[in-house]
Design a protein around this ligand. Structure first.
Ligand SMILES: [Zn+2]
Ligand SMILES: [Zn+2]
Length: 353
């Protein structure tokens, strides 16, 4: 009788441990601060995937993050979203740090020394470059990866970025490389029902040539990740993209402001931790805006609309905290800057619209 009870108790303990294990199984996404570039390491049920590796200058950071921070020796799959050097530059360090099973790229050949060095290093390790076909899927631990682009090859290398959606439980992550509006449109036409995602890695560092309104409205991300360098000369991320995300109620995380961003999905929700936190999200925009103005003092990018305050007679960019914190009754919308000025409104000194 005693032995029977002990067996039963052991059985219950093992069952509870297993349940606990199942509950602990997570999808971890580390979106690394590699300055102006993209790099992400994903871990799911012991499987490891790396999507892009930043510029060649990020090599040391990539090596140390993989080996020291994460303690990894093996990567199951490396994905080079497209062959530009701000995406494949640091992937050589990943090949040096870890053994690798598989490399996926959208192109076998691209005439750039950084990509060709990466290709040579892969060849030395007997790793062929494989092109994932749009419409196919691949398991990744308990997650499922769907390849949604490129469906056909475009003339612009950015539009040949691997577009992939990773589904884990009811949560999902959409990685877009540097896909611009033509590739977004292709995905919208072919897979309109498969784009909605909890997290969007915003295309092309938040450039205005990506993240079209139709695409963002279809994806409707709760969280957006932007890999971008502090005060970069490209003016990334664009104020138009930030505004569109803001208007969808998306939480925006940017490597220039938040540093490295760590997301965890338990299958039902996604939590975010970042290296730096910004007490007030409004200050993030102010800070970036100031950085943007410093880098390109003569240009003032167009906003899609402006928000005036009927009391102070000032007008703001929609993402300025002067606008986000304004009470509804004081708010007036202007379609253009000129319209606001003609109505007698002064530009806000912080967002400088
Ligand atoms: Zn890029
Ligand atoms: Zn690119």
């Amino acid at each position: 009788m005693m032995r029977w009870m002990r067996k039963m108790l052991l059985g219950i303990f093992l069952l509870l441990t297993c349940l606990q294990f199942a509950a602990c199984a997570d999808l971890d996404v580390h979106f690394l601060d590699v300055g102006q570039g993209d790099a992400a390491v994903l871990i799911c049920d012991g499987k490891v995937m790396m999507i892009d590796g930043g510029k060649p200058e990020s090599s040391q950071l990539i090596y140390s993050y993989l080996t020291n921070t994460l303690g990894l020796q093996h990567i199951d799959c490396i994905i080079a979203s497209h062959p530009h050097s701000d995406h494949v530059g640091g992937l050589q360090a990943a090949l040096q740090a870890c053994s690798v099973d598989q490399i996926l790229t959208p192109l076998y050949y691209y005439n750039d020394p950084v990509f060709l060095r990466f290709r040579d290093m892969a060849a030395e390790r007997n790793l062929p470059l494989t092109m994932p076909l749009a419409g196919t899927t691949m398991p990744f631990g308990g997650a499922k990866v769907s390849f949604l682009g490129p469906y056909k090859l475009f003339g612009d290398t950015n539009d040949n970025s691997i577009l992939m959606r990773i589904e884990y439980g009811t949560t999902s992550f959409l990685f877009t490389g540097d896909a611009e509006i033509p590739e977004e449109q292709e995905a919208l036409d072919r897979y309109p029902d498969r784009l909605r995602s909890t997290v969007l890695k915003v295309g092309h560092h938040g450039s205005s040539s990506s993240s079209g309104a139709a695409f963002l409205e279809t994806v409707r991300p709760e969280i957006a990740l932007i890999g971008v360098g502090v005060a970069n000369t490209y003016g990334h991320p664009s104020i138009g993209v930030l505004t569109r995300l803001h208007d969808l109620g998306t939480e925006i995380y940017r490597t220039d402001l938040h540093g490295t961003i760590h997301l965890t999905s338990d299958g039902t929700s996604v939590t975010v931790q970042s290296e730096r936190t910004l007490e007030d999200p409004g200050s993030a925009y102010t800070l970036s805006w100031a950085a943007f103005l410093q880098s390109e003092p003569v240009t003032r990018p167009e906003s899609e609309y402006y928000v005036g305050n009927v009391k102070s007679l000032r007008f703001h960019l929609p993402i300025c905290e002067g606008a986000t914190k304004m009470s509804e009754k004081n708010r007036i919308r202007f379609e253009t800057r000129e319209e606001a000025i003609e109505a007698g409104y002064q530009p806000c000194g912080t967002c400088n619209p």
